[in-house]
Design a protein around this ligand. Structure first.
Ligand SMILES: Cc1cc2nc3c(=O)[nH]c(=O)nc-3n(C[C@H](O)[C@H](O)[C@H](O)COP(=O)(O)OP(=O)(O)OC[C@H]3O[C@@H](n4cnc5c(N)ncnc54)[C@H](O)[C@@H]3O)c2cc1C
Length: 391
């Protein structure tokens, strides 16, 4: 029997209230991944959400499990994003890993004793992921040797294993792409200096270098030919997870603005009594409701033919709504909105980051545009009214 989603959501809420919200500013100041916090999340079952119970996971559907990031996103969107990536890698390990790899890693990942992340982006390629230089070649004994560099690797040096997408030949295109798990302590694996980020500095981000990194064939998560397809499936789950986290962020921004505006005296009344303020916050509330419906519908569509398009709709709409929400709520507080203790400036920067990671807003528009072209091809031609377009 899988875990009860209501219990898991209530555990995530408790984790946000007791661990994330009170500590996130200190984490950012320290600039260190809070491993003790992710250990606590693990103890609540938040590191094996979709993994089957036989491997120690919670056995939740994507549709249910993705709601966890809405709760965690109330505390911090970058923390929610990082746990979402770990859960996706854990799901991929349990679903596609070799028996030997699962035997070694699955329980450590579902229990959160070990953390995992995903490495696709390279210094020269983000949105255009196929423009990839990292190469894996098979050796005579069946092992694989990998050379190349990845960029923007989250949990760089902190995660214990990196599910890395590589090409296995010099042929153009993606037909030869594979996904290979590289443990952190593999000789030849190293990390560059940490990127400096203003509002989520506790998340280690860096380049990852692979110099003659050799792993067993047991570490092949997706063989050549399936790497890009697998990466895109992972990214679809990530896009919806990000939209879920953004809803938490919007709720926190809105509640901060309401808590302030209900008491701020002005013009003989309260800030929240002004129609203009109610309309501004009302629009945030409407966009939040729409965002919740959209990401939940997208989460339920994952794994169906509509999944990629629904994920693109959610990733296109919700982070933009989160940017608007954070900025509008800052405006409602006036100058106070810019002060650190209220956290709204941090929320604006997090929302902007969530517009970029795992497929930018523009890339989502490309996916939606292609779907529209496909639909247009199924529609009858519109007859041109007489007198138009004739020589
Ligand atoms: C905080 C953070 C964490 C990350 N973690 C990871 C990680 O763990 N693993 C990993 O592999 N990657 C990670 N990434 C990388 C992330 O997925 C990329 O940043 C993202 O895919 C965009 O790539 P890029 O930054 O290279 O931008 P580019 O691809 O260079 O895009 C630049 C601009 O061009 C726009 N653009 C691109 N294509 C089109 C188009 N067809 N039409 C119009 N405009 C277009 C983009 O929207 C963007 O505005 C992370 C990024 C961030 C910010």
């Amino acid at each position: 029997m899988s875990a009860n989603i209501d219990d898991i959501l209530s555990a995530a809420r408790q984790h946000t209230n007791e661990v994330i919200t009170p500590n996130v500013d200190a984490w950012n100041k320290a600039g260190i991944w809070p491993r003790d916090a992710s250990d606590k999340a693990a103890a609540l079952g938040l590191t094996g959400l979709y993994a089957p119970e036989e491997w120690g996971g919670q056995g939740l559907s994507l549709g249910d499990g993705i709601q966890v990031y809405e709760e965690l996103g109330k505390g911090d969107g970058a923390y929610a994003f990082t746990l979402s990536m770990h859960n996706i890698c854990t799901f991929a390990t349990c679903g596609y890993g070799t028996d030997a790899f699962k035997a070694e890693w699955a329980r450590d990942l579902t229990s959160g004793r070990k953390l995992a992340n995903f490495a696709l982006t390279e210094p020269q390629s983000g949105s255009d992921a196929v423009n990839m230089y990292s190469r894996a070649v098979i050796n005579g004994d069946g092992t694989w040797t990998i050379n190349g560099a990845k960029a923007w690797v989250s949990l760089a040096g902190e995660a214990d294993v990196y599910l890395t997408v590589v090409k296995t030949s010099d042929k153009p295109g993606h037909q030869d792409m594979a996904m290979i798990a590289i443990p952190k302590d593999t000789p030849g694996l190293s990390f560059g200096p940490r990127y400096q980020t203003p509002s989520y500095d506790f998340l280690p981000l860096a380049e990852m270098y692979m110099k003659d990194v050799t792993v067993s064939e047991d570490n092949i998560i997706l063989p050549p030919g399936q790497g890009l397809q697998g990466a895109l499936m992972a990214i679809d789950i990530a896009r919806v997870s990000i939209a879920s986290g953004c809803c938490g962020l919007m709720q926190t921004a809105l509640d901060t603005a309401l808590s302030y505006a209900k008491n701020r005296k002005m013009f003989g009344a309260k800030n929240l009594d002004l129609d203009g303020i109610q309309w501004m916050l009302g629009d945030v509330a409407t966009e939040l409701e729409a965002s919740k419906h959209l990401y939940r519908a997208a989460a339920n569509a994952l794994g169906t033919p509509e999944g990629p398009l629904m994920a693109a709709h959610a990733k296109r709409f919700v982070p933009d709504a989160a940017v608007n929400a954070a900025n509008t709520c800052t405006q409602v507080l006036g100058g106070m909105g810019l002060l650190k203790p209220y956290g709204l400036d941090r929320l604006s920067r997090l929302a902007q980051m969530l517009r970029i990671v795992d497929g930018t807003t523009e890339v989502s528009r490309v996916v939606i545009g292609r779907a529209l072209q496909k639909r247009a091809r199924t529609l009858p031609d519109l007859p041109v009214p007489k007198g138009y377009g004739e020589e």
